[in-house]
Write a protein that binds this ligand. Structure first.
Ligand code: NHR
Ligand code: GAR
Length: 212
């Protein structure tokens, strides 16, 4: 059976969605770069091994990345999943896990890479927003896209209400993407990912709606 390591920094709701998805793989460990991450307790309650690699204990990014990689490699995972992981990873780290490092990002990439995506989406007045699961490359938030989900932006939305609507979809698509990986159904070529035997109903989302 394949295994994965999940990297978190905070709340851990995406991690929790992965735990609850009964994936066809073993969650070998949850690792946080922040000692107080709420997600660590959730993982422990589920009997999953947790580790902290505290970024403040290392003099620079390269040293932190090396310590994190060493901790990850002690579990020999097939996949490393970033789930609300808030620290940019350097080239050496990213290349080491090429094709087996995933992230869920709260926007429809390539729109709104980086932080504060929901506030920026509202600022730009987009009518459709969403989330993206992608393979991680050294160009932050620009790696090959695996799956996306779109939600409408509603007239009274705040960054918080919009984030909550997007987060529900993150919790759907991230377990799905990881399931595909564990089932060997993802084919990565150049910058494109093909999902073998994916279904699509061709549904269209309008926002705002076209009819009264
Ligand atoms: N690393 C690489 N190389 N490539 C990606 O695509 C990455 C990555 C590390 C994290 C997640 C990403 C997101 O989904 C992610 C993707 C943190 C920052 C950031 O600016 C940007 C993107 C993402 C995560 N972090 C600050 C830093 O200096 C710290 C911010 C903080 O601590 O609050 O590392 O959005
Ligand atoms: C999620 O929306 C995730 O996409 C986003 O932070 C939230 C973490 O929630 N990730 C980033 O912004 C990465 N920079 P969670 O800890 O409850 O999964």
């Amino acid at each position: 059976m394949k295994s994965l390591v999940i990297l978190i920094s905070g709340r851990g709701s995406n991690m929790q969605a992965l735990i609850e998805a009964s994936l066809p793989g073993r969650i070998a460990a949850v690792i946080s770069n922040r000692p107080g991450a709420e997600g660590l307790e959730i993982a422990e309650m589920r009997g999953i091994e947790t580790q902290v690699v505290d970024q403040r204990a290392y003099p620079d990014r390269i040293a932190f990345d090396a310590a994190l990689a060493e901790k990850i490699d002690s579990y020999q995972p097939d996949l490393v999943a970033l789930a609300g992981f808030m620290r940019i990873l350097g080239d050496i780290f990213v290349n080491r896990y090429h094709g087996r490092l995933m992230n869920v990002h709260p926007s429809l990439l390539p729109a709104f890479p980086g932080l504060d995506t929901h506030a920026r989406a509202l600022q730009e007045g987009v009518k459709i927003h969403g989330c993206t699961v992608h393979f991680v490359t050294s160009q932050v938030d620009h790696g090959p896209i695996i799956v996306q989900a779109a939600v409408p932006v509603l007239p009274d939305d705040t960054a918080e209400t919009l984030a909550a609507r997007v987060l529900q979809q993150e919790h759907r698509i991230y377990p799905e993407a990881i399931r595909w990986f564990l089932e060997d159904r993802l084919q990565l070529s150049h910058n494109c990912v093909e999902v073998i035997d994916a279904t699509t109903d061709g549904a269209v989302l309008y926002s705002p709606g076209l009819h009264k």
